[in-house]
Design a protein around this ligand. Structure first.
Ligand SMILES: *Cc1c(COP(=O)(O)O)cnc(C)c1O
Length: 379
């Protein structure tokens, strides 16, 4: 089966991990800080903090912004559930903003309308979590304008988007946001097995998250009582290990080459799928996608439906996938009162979308097989 996404591991990656295994410290050593510095430098952000997953990073982001039970957090329905769950962990209410039909990212226009309505009704969100879907950055300049006008924080869920660029700057620079979050799950741009990173330019946020990821504890430096530590708030153990950080650090060296490889394959798809009844990805100007995913939509004139195409492709050994089931239609969110029809663009998109295999080690011959299967069923 050709999967839709796949990590790449080199002998160098493995050697980097083994080196840590042979050392004195397999966690809380100096490899995590080295990985953090490398990511912060890559993204031109002041601070980067490694945590145990992208989800943990999202949770920490909400906590660092004091999101609590009386607050409201908005995100997009076209995302993985973690983008919404992080606010629920803090007891906050969640709501969604429908997507832009071209980029499949949160629609800036819908957001503006919803904000105006929310202001009239006295319940503005404390934070908005845009997701750079498939690796294509959201229109951050416009989002930042709205943030200034309506007074909400921005947490970028950049789990798809390490290596992408907006206005010539890498995603993660936090130029237009308070916090950006990455995931290092194996299907993402680089991997640590499980892992994540939180980036910010704000020293207060940095200090809070650093404390929160280790139980809320501060080390007390110097003095005669050198055993001393103090727990100041209720925190978590969300640390990344040095074993994992070594893998991430090694993988980061190949990130730009991986993005270039994905871009080449994406362009190849664009060209070869042109004559089929498919909507290929829209490339917004001023943005460089990291191409985490290559998503097509079945055009209205497609001879078969998405479900049927999905099944046929799987039978042919092509592991196409679907991103995403709109979060508000999940049973947990229905239980909270959400229902079908609330975010019609995300729902319409979901009924027609299909994620094709795309990863750096995908061979052109494999990609050709994917394309010929699609041609078979759609011509
Ligand atoms: C993967 C992902 C997450 C969660 O990251 P984990 O590292 O798996 O916890 C959150 N949001 C989006 C958009 C993701 O793709």
């Amino acid at each position: 089966m050709i999967p839709y996404g796949q990590h790449t591991l080199t002998e160098e990656d493995i050697a980097a991990v083994v080196e840590v295994l042979h050392s004195d410290r397999i966690t809380q050593g100096d490899v995590v800080p080295r990985f953090e510095t490398a990511i912060a430098e890559y993204c031109s952000a002041k601070y980067a903090l490694a945590v145990s997953s992208g989800t943990a990073a999202l949770h920490m982001a909400c906590l660092a912004l004091d999101v609590g039970p009386d607050d409201l957090v908005w995100t997009t329905p076209n995302t993985f559930v973690a983008s919404a769950n992080c606010a629920r962990y803090c007891g906050a209410d969640v709501d969604f903003v429908d997507i832009d039909p071209r980029t499949y990212n949160m629609s800036v226009e819908s957001l503006r309308k919803k904000l105006v309505y929310a202001r009239e009704h006295g319940r503005l969100p404390k934070a908005v979590i845009p997701v750079h879907f498939a690796g294509q950055p959201c229109d951050m300049r416009e989002l930042a304008k709205l943030s200034a006008e309506f007074g909400f924080f921005i947490i970028e869920d950049a789990c798809h988007a390490l290596g992408s660029e907006y206005e010539g700057k890498k995603t993660g620079s936090c130029r237009y946001s308070d916090i950006a979050v990455f995931s290092f799950h194996p299907v993402k741009m680089i991997t640590t097995g499980e892992g994540g990173m939180l980036l910010t330019n704000n020293p207060e946020i940095h200090k809070k998250v650093k404390r929160m990821r280790t139980h809320g504890i501060d080390k007390v430096k110097g003095g005669e009582e050198s055993w001393m530590y103090q727990q100041r708030v209720l925190g978590f153990n969300y640390r990344l290990t040095d074993i994992q950080a070594a893998l991430g650090y090694s993988q980061l060296k190949r990130l730009d080459a991986s993005v270039a490889k994905r871009e080449g394959l994406a362009t190849r798809y664009d060209k070869q799928l042109q004559t089929l009844p498919l909507v290929t990805p829209y490339r917004a100007s001023g943005r460089v996608s990291s191409w985490h995913l290559y998503v097509v939509q079945l055009a209205d004139k497609s001879p078969i439906g998405r479900k049927e195409l999905y099944q046929k492709m799987h039978r042919d050994g092509v592991g196409v996938n679907v991103h995403y089931i709109p979060v508000h239609t999940q049973p947990y969110y229905r239980e909270l009162g959400f229902h079908d029809g609330q975010f019609p663009r995300a729902e319409a998109y979901y009924s027609k979308c299909l994620t094709l295999p795309l990863y750096p080690s995908l061979h052109e011959s494999e990609q050709d097989h994917v394309i010929s299967c699609l041609s078979n069923y759609l011509r």
